[in-house]
Structure formats: structure tokens, C-alpha cells
Design a protein around this ligand. Structure first.
Ligand code: F6P
Length: 323
């Protein structure tokens, strides 16, 4: 059933991701061109609890759509996990006559919205935004491509110094439970080994390979932050095998979360945002818009889970190109 929309709210929640600002612009422009007022909720669910809303205009957001981070700010709200917090959030939505909510974030965000929907009839649509690319219901999340490009460039830079000294470098990239950034950044920078949480044998392959290490060259190991062994222990194991190995550890950390969104992330933001607003207009509720086979698809929040699976094709590429 089409749903009359006069006023929608939008928020960003969880870890920021490049492309969130592009989505804020695209959602606001799509809505405003159809006569729908848009309010931005500051600081994620905390702003919903605290009634911290600001009017959004696409003419203003046009000038920040290329920036990383989120101009609305974000938070991992502890208060929203409580019934009292969620009740206050519902009050804010009702008080401001909000008749549709768009949330940009990861699986935690959608779990939050799912709980909210149990005490509130206002329809919600999600846009997947996390550099980790670990959400079921979409092949790609906002921010992943930008984070991979940043990580790849950092690894290229490290390679210059690693080659000069013939050193082994362990480079930790982000991905709390997911190896996607490690796989993409590692493969595209020709890393010698890539360690991910989705594979437990990779450490053995690495240790075998390091035994055959030709000290005339750099040896680059990309380790996902969520890898079950972890970069420090990997370093220790390598030193135990051969204490003469000249080894350095670099953690790229939050470097990967900032920076201007790539063209791919900006396009993704535009596609997902237009689809999100149109889904609300069509009367859809409590679903996330994502890309499956490069087609826009809606998946109910109840089916959104962390996606641990790495495709067979990627596993094969890892076997061929690294350990
Ligand atoms: O948003 C995802 C992520 O960047 C993970 O890769 C990382 O583990 C986590 O967030 C870091 O969170 P925080 O910025 O709260 O330290």
C-alpha cells in the first residue's frame, strides 16, 4: 500500500563509513524533489532519544557529499539497547510527526531498528553503511570500496620501504569479524599472505612460506583485525621460526575509515538512497535496501545478519595469489 509521506527522518549509526554523506545528500534531494520534508537525527540513536533533530536541505548537503565521515555524526548508542531509551526515541518520532525513518549503518543499526519497530508503527528502511562489508542482503556496503582503496594505497607505500630494507611487514587492516578488506586490499597490492577470520589454516601456510622467504625482497602479510590469531601473535610465531627475520608491524587502524568516498561508493550511495526513499513511498517497512547481482533488492531486517561467508571464488583467489 503506498504510504503518504510528509516528513522523513534520517540518521547514521555505528562506525562512520565514506559514502554516508553522499547518501544524506541523495536521500534529501530525492525526498525534497517529491515535496517530502527531511530532518537529520544527530549522533545516531542517541539523537533520537534526545530529540536532537535538524532540518536538512539538499542544496547545503550538495557541498559535503564528497566528504568522508558523517556530518550528522554517529554513535554506538548504549541507551538505545534499553526499553526506556527506545520509548524515548518513539516519543521523538511522534512529537516531530515523522512518518518514515531511514537509517544508515551496519547490522547493529538494523537490529536496533528492528527492536524499535516492535513498539512503533513508523516504517523504517535501512541503507547498509560499514567499511567491513559484512552484511547479508547486499554484496557491497557503503564505505567498503573507499576503505579498500585507502588500505591498498597504504600497503603500496609500505612496500617501498619494505623492498628497500628487504623486510617482512605485517600490516593489520580493519574488519572486526570480516576478512573482506584484507582480501581486497591484500590481493590488489600483491601481498605474499593474507590472514582472515574466515580461514583458520592460513597461519600454517604463512609459516611454511616464510621458511622459504627470499631475503632480497619484501614480504608483505596482510592480517585482518578479526583474524583469530591476531597480528601480534603472528609476529611472535614468525620470530620463533627465524629470529633473524627483520620484521615490522603496522596497524592501519582508523586511517581506513576516513577520507573522501570513492566514485563507486558515491554511486552506490545514490542508488541505495533513491531506492530507500522510493521504498518508503511504496509503503515498504522494516527492510534494508541492498545490491544483489547488481540489482537493487529489499531484505527484511529480520533476515539481516553478519555475513561471514567468503565466496568459493575468493577462497580460490587467495589460494592462488597468497597463502
Ligand atoms: O565500523 C567498522 C569498524 O571500523 C571495524 O572494522 C572496527 O573493528 C571497528 O569499527 C572499530 O570501531 P571503533 O571506531 O568504535 O573503535
Amino acid at each position: 500500500m503506498p504510504h503518504t509521506l510528509n516528513h522523513i527522518a534520517i540518521l547514521t549509526s555505528g562506525g562512520d563509513a565514506p559514502g554516508m554523506n553522499s547518501a544524506l545528500f541523495a536521500v534529501t534531494k530525492t525526498a525534497q524533489l517529491q515535496g517530502i520534508k527531511v530532518s537529520g537525527v544527530r549522533k545516531g540513536f542517541d539523537g533520537l532519544i534526545d530529540n536532537d533533530l535538524v532540518p536538512l536541505e539538499f542544496q547545503t548537503l550538495q557541498h559535503t557529499m564528497h566528504l568522508g565521515g558523517t556530518v550528522l555524526k554517529t554513535a554506538r548508542s548504549e541507551r538505545f539497547l534499553t526499553i526506556a531509551g527506545r520509548n524515548q526515541a518513539v516519543d521523538t518520532l511522534l512529537k516531530n510527526n515523522i512518518d518514515g525513518l531511514i537509517a544508515i549503518g551496519g547490522d547493529g543499526t538494523f537490529k536496533g531498528i528492528e527492536s524499535l519497530s516492535q513498539s512503533c508503527a513508523i516504517p523504517c528502511i535501512g541503507i547498509p553503511g560499514t567499511i567491513d562489508n559484512d552484511i547479508a542482503g547486499t554484496e557491497v556496503t557503503l564505505g567498503f570500496d573507499s576503505a579498500v582503496n585507502t588500505a591498498m594505497q597504504c600497503i603500496d607505500i609500505i612496500r617501498d620501504t619494505a623492498e628497500s630494507h628487504s623486510r617482512v611487514f605485517l600490516i593489520e587492516v580493519m574488519g572486526r569479524d570480516s576478512g573482506y578488506i584484507a582480501i581486497y586490499a591484500g590481493l590488489t597490492s600483491a601481498a605474499d599472505a593474507i590472514l582472515i577470520p574466515e580461514s583458520i589454516k592460513d597461519i600454517n601456510y604463512l609459516l611454511e612460506k616464510i621458511n622459504r622467504y627470499n631475503s632480497e625482497h619484501a614480504f608483505i602479510v596482510v592480517v585482518a583485525e578479526g583474524d583469530e590469531v591476531g597480528v601480534e601473535l603472528v609476529a611472535k610465531k614468525i620470530s620463533e621460526i627465524n629470529s633473524a627475520i627483520d620484521l615490522r608491524v603496522t596497524k592501519l587502524g582508523h586511517l581506513q575509515r576516513g577520507g573522501n568516498p570513492s566514485a563507486a561508493d558515491r554511486m552506490l550511495a545514490i542508488r541505495l538512497s533513491v531506492a530507500a526513499v522510493n521504498a518508503l513511498i511504496k509503503g515498504e517497512r522494516n527492510k534494508m535496501v541492498g545490491l544483489l547481482n547488481n540489482q537493487l533488492r529489499l531484505t527484511p531486517f529480520t533476515q539481516i545478519a553478519k555475513q561471514h561467508k567468503v565466496s568459493q571464488e575468493l577462497h580460490t583467489l587467495l589460494t592462488v595469489f597468497s597463502c
